[in-house]
Design a protein around this ligand. Sequence first.
Ligand SMILES: Cc1cc2nc3c(=O)[nH]c(=O)nc-3n(C[C@H](O)[C@H](O)[C@H](O)COP(=O)(O)OP(=O)(O)OC[C@H]3O[C@@H](n4cnc5c(N)ncnc54)[C@H](O)[C@@H]3O)c2cc1C
Ligand SMILES: CSCC(=O)[O-]
Length: 404
Amino acid sequence: ALSYHENWQQAWHSPEPKKQYDAVIVGGGGHGLVTAYYLAKEHGLRNIAVIERGWLGGGNTGRNTTIVRSNYMWDQSAALYEHSLKLWENMTRELNFNVMFSQRSVLNLAHTLNEVRITKRRINSNRLNGIDSEWLEPEDVKREVPIIDLRGGGRYPVMGGSIQRRAGTARHDAVAWGYARACSEMGVDIIQQCAVEGFDIEGGQVTGVRTSKGHIKTNKVGLVVAGHCGVLANMAGFKLPVNSRPLQALVSEPVKPIVHNVVMAGAVHAYISQSDKGELVIGAGTDAYNGYSQWGSNPVTEDTLAAICELYPLFKRMRMLRQWGGVVDTCPDASPIIGLSPVKGMYLNCGWGTGGFKATPGSGHIFADTVANNRPHPIAAPFALDRFRTGFLIDEHAAAGVAH
Ligand SMILES: Cc1cc2nc3c(=O)[nH]c(=O)nc-3n(C[C@H](O)[C@H](O)[C@H](O)COP(=O)(O)OP(=O)(O)OC[C@H]3O[C@@H](n4cnc5c(N)ncnc54)[C@H](O)[C@@H]3O)c2cc1C
Ligand SMILES: CSCC(=O)[O-]
């Protein structure tokens, strides 16, 4: 019988790359692995490789604060994120792997009259799209989150907020492991510690991928590398309207259960939830400058912790355990890019910025359809790269819930 560790070692095979694949997905994060999963499961491709320069889930998929919700403003976003939320609700059964999806509800607080108006407008838009979303008066917020100081320390009073009760959190690296195991069972080659270093492009068509483990022939490439999408686009000879910058998070020492939902406060760049182990999981806004570092910086976390102490005074004596960052790729309208690239046979799934974890299953599902059929899935179509030429943007900065 295999030990637990040996069992894990064999959850997915890690072969050396073959000389040729029908499709190569660059990026072994959640979005890339789900794409490979549906290419195999729903589109009958069997000769697929996922190429990951580090380890599975080592990018933003394993670094995020795990919030899952679908309460975005515009119809196009509602279709995308609600498609994903429905897949989250069945993911553990689909993968036979416990991703610990916990629908504990997500609150988005409003601290100014402007945020009250924007939030109520978003709630009405959600309800028109069949998404569960409610307005809470300050006393309702207090009932949901008894430890909150509605005065917000006097600086940012709580004037109400939205709540989505089907929203919640999940175990992020379990998502990568669950899909990796399912991919491997369908014969997808998952190749870690293998960096893509360039592309062969002939007559505008991709024909191969150059990697640190050798050359691979293919005429179908999905770029799913989050904060490094601009780097890979440059390798392929085109530019993306994306800013890549660190987004940070931190966790406290574990304490008894005291926060039973997720509480986000965009105006003060602070949001919290509590992990099943009892740690406070705290998120901040992005750094103010572009960069590819994956570690924290004190000014950002100091601001966030000051806001946390104003909203939840009893946390003033909590000790922080760990702080880290990830490189998030944000588009000018805070919406993703899903679709064809300027290079034939090369497809883009990026620009998810501070909020792509919640879209992981839906993103991979519609991107696989786009890659397999060489045309955008209907839900992906509005998120084409071309929108930055036509000007038909899908601005979700307010719903993003995080300053960037
Ligand atoms: C601190 C933080 C908190 C966040 N909180 C939330 C949240 O609560 N809710 C939410 O919805 N979203 C959140 N996000 C955003 C979310 O994590 C991302 O949008 C999402 O996980 C992106 O998934 P992905 O699979 O596209 O990227 P990743 O998981 O980053 O995967 C991309 C992979 O590409 C690989 N790669 C890069 N270059 C190459 C190369 N040249 N060759 C091969 N491989 C390469 C990387 O190593 C990486 O593993 C947060 C992000 C951060 C950093
Ligand atoms: C990092 S912010 C979390 C979200 O987008 O709900």
